[in-house]
Design a protein. Sequence first.
Lengths: 310, 366, 305
Amino acid sequence: MVDAAISAPREIAVSRSRAGLRKAMQRKSTVAFFMALPLILLIALLVIYPALYSLHLATLNKSMERFVGLSNFTFLFNRQTFWLVVKQSCIFAITAVVFKALIGFIVAHFVHNIPAKGQRKWRGMLLVPWVIPPAMSTLAWLWLFDPSYSAFNWVLAIFGIDPVPWTGDAYWARFSVILVNIWIGAPFFMIMYLAALKSVPEQLYEAAEIDGANWWQRMWYVTLPMMRNIIAITALFSLIVTFANFDIVRILTAGGPIDMTHVFATWSFRVGIEGGDIPLGASVSLFMVPILAIAAIFILRDITRRGSEV
Amino acid sequence: MAEVRLRKVVKRYEEVEAVRGIDLDIADHEFVVLVGPSGCGKSTTLRMIAGLEDITGGDIVIGGDVVNDVPPKDRDIAMVFQNYALYPHMTVEQNMSFGLRLKRYPKAEIRKRVDEAARILDIKDLLYRKPKQLSGGQRQRVAMGRAIVRNPKVFLFDEPLSNLDAKLRVQMRTEIKKVHLQVRTTTVYVTHDQVEAMTLADRVVVMNNGNIEQVGTPHQLYHTPQTRFVAGFIGSPAMNFIPCQMEEAGAGLNIRVTDGLSFPIPPARADRYRRHAKNGKLLLGLRPEHITEAGQHIQPGEVPFEARLDVTEPMGMETLVYFPLNGTQVCGRVNPNAGAQDGAPLRLAADLNNMHLIDDATGRVI
Amino acid sequence: MANVAIPAGAARAGRRPRYGSMSRDRQWALRWSYFFLVLFAIFFLLPPIYMLITSLKTSAEISAATNPWWVFRPTLENYRELLTSNQYLVFFRNSAIVSVFVVAITMLISVPAAFALARMKFWGSATLATGVFLTYLIPETLLFLPLFKMFAVFNDWTGIQLINRWWVLLIVYPTLTVPFATWIMIGYFASIPKELDEAALIDGATWMQTLTKIFIPVALPGLIAATIFAFTVSWAQFLYPLAFTTSTDQLVLPVGIITTLIKGDVFNWGQIMTGALLGAAPPLIIYAFLMDYYISGLTAGATKG
């Protein structure tokens, strides 16, 4: 019988006073704290501290012995290259993100449309650009854009079109950088949007249909509002990642021709590491912060506002 | 020795007092049900007994020891959750033996207890299945098995049947009762369903708004509720509350419901009620089962009257009839052959022997 | 209205209609979908396929500038050369060691942290959780310079050489993998019903036991997803290794290929593409086998917003 008492190797801790309760609470808190401690240390030492340190670095001179205040920044403001970098970074980021989102959205819809069994296959194929290390795939694009052997130009030649200087001409180079950016990033958007599409309750569409909405209206009044949060978050992440991107420009154009494709990341690398002027490089990359912060604030504010609505 | 005592137990969240100082004594082997509407504090009380919530004030004593600061695992209790809370990656056998394995019981002992519990609950065939392969009723039994093997001082049930469909609920109710008869562990059971309370409990604790309204056996609660809340909570369909006045009628007292309708109060109670004769806010409490169709013979205490029915609900074994009386809708239970029809008048009889008089201002039953 | 024919636009919903065979409109919508999907698939798969094609060509064939989209005389020469090249193998080995270690470090840091943040409310846990999320707003391209300087300073103080040693990557890579891995795990842990903790608590488990015996097994898919993510990010890193490692024996794969195979003006594209393809292989292989975990890890936060 379950009742039969076979004594168990346990002792009941008979309670003491109310203070014991506080100790128990502390125990949980301290355990939790220690579990989170490595994370806290990691972020504090290797993310926050360097970020603040770069502020300090930006105020030093090239050999890092003298404090020069903001003169690094004023120096930058007078350089034409710097403003080129600002302009190019912003244009690349915004253009690329807009197209990534658009393509991702469109492709997600197509994938969502086909029967569920086939979706897995297609999803698998379409996500490949995102899985391949960007450095490797950018190499492939570099080869595809090669001035002498470009496979694209070979195809164009068949149609009698002159070869395109994909990386040789400044404006084509910009186009190429944005194109590769889109190629690598669109699948991410596709996956996120697909997941969000699936989470929209079927009944909303059915109600809209009964109310007489056509496909465009359903998209505008049902799909987009329900996906607002996802659209905002992915856009924010992608903006930051694209804005701060290094690999693509570095490998494809190395910033050229004539600095016309330099972005913050590549130029600060050029100035800071290759040019040996760390403070100046730091000043360059620091310039990303205000722009990123503004974007972040706008988008996060939008999210939390919607969050409280829903 | 596994009695449970609550002494002036208080639970406060920020400014909200979920439990306002309750006292309760639960005897060894007793099956006590805490029942009440959502938010009355019954689950909070249970969780305080379990140690899952801290106690803001008062003491909880289990088996003679004050356990206020004792963590759940040292209180020697076991709990059955509403959502079963079975570990999805473990088999039934592993789920049941988890607590014992943590305490490093010898394997033979674990095996023995698991087999015994499985026998009691009739789940021997399921021991090596995973929870997702089980039905709702089976999962609930496994959850109970997990509690039984621990051989605790107290079983705690937190609305265990709420997730089951109606039919399964009835079935599991009897299972739980059978297990209790076999295993005899002190049990505290929380539910919002008064039917479960009435059928399972040795004693029922009716809670409302953080307070205990009344403690008693099901019989006591049904026949002698002490407050309007308890009177209206226990019994389904609920008791009718009809605003009324008292008036003298010769040597006795009458309850006047409307200008045309008054009921004589049974003499046995007249004295008790007399001093409230002047009270303007009185309610007549009468259960639907005590309003039936007027038969050929009128029993002493029964008062016939005529009512125009609004709606009837044929239930098969009886028909519920609804009619207005002094501004309230009243429910009665009549024989299915009594000829009750929507909108038609019907001759009914009220059994005043089972009446209750309630002071609406205080909410107490007189 | 049980027999309503589905109007034209309804095709987008992707569900199988319940009434009889598909209407003509639905079929057309499906055809267009497949058509565009094929177009996009071509767009997305073109570069990797081209890499493969090029990798099978000899240098001669490449410079002969024949049809770049077809291999006339396929050869495995490039593969053979790379796979027997000491240098390339060193790159591969470095990448592998670094990635494996980083994955281990990442999981050791993020799993307990995620558990603490998701389950054990402690003072500041909410701010820490948002803080973790916000670290992604500080890109590596901002941090690499101060880190460079910090490592140099560290070398001056302690004499431990960090720059140009592959183990410096073990320190910096986690800053890229841990936040997102933690976020993934928080999502998975949070979706485990609270009653499971309470049942474990009553059964007598300590917090660590609850984590190891209950949460980790139940959230295994999340763990796999986080592991895959950490590996893929580590393997693909370019900026940090480029900045911090320079000697050829310390390089990881992406940097190694770029800096050594591209010598001067003569690019041996056959080898470069082979190198790149082999370099892309590990993530692709993992992806091929564990695609579902990959995707669910990404979308872990998506629908939960």
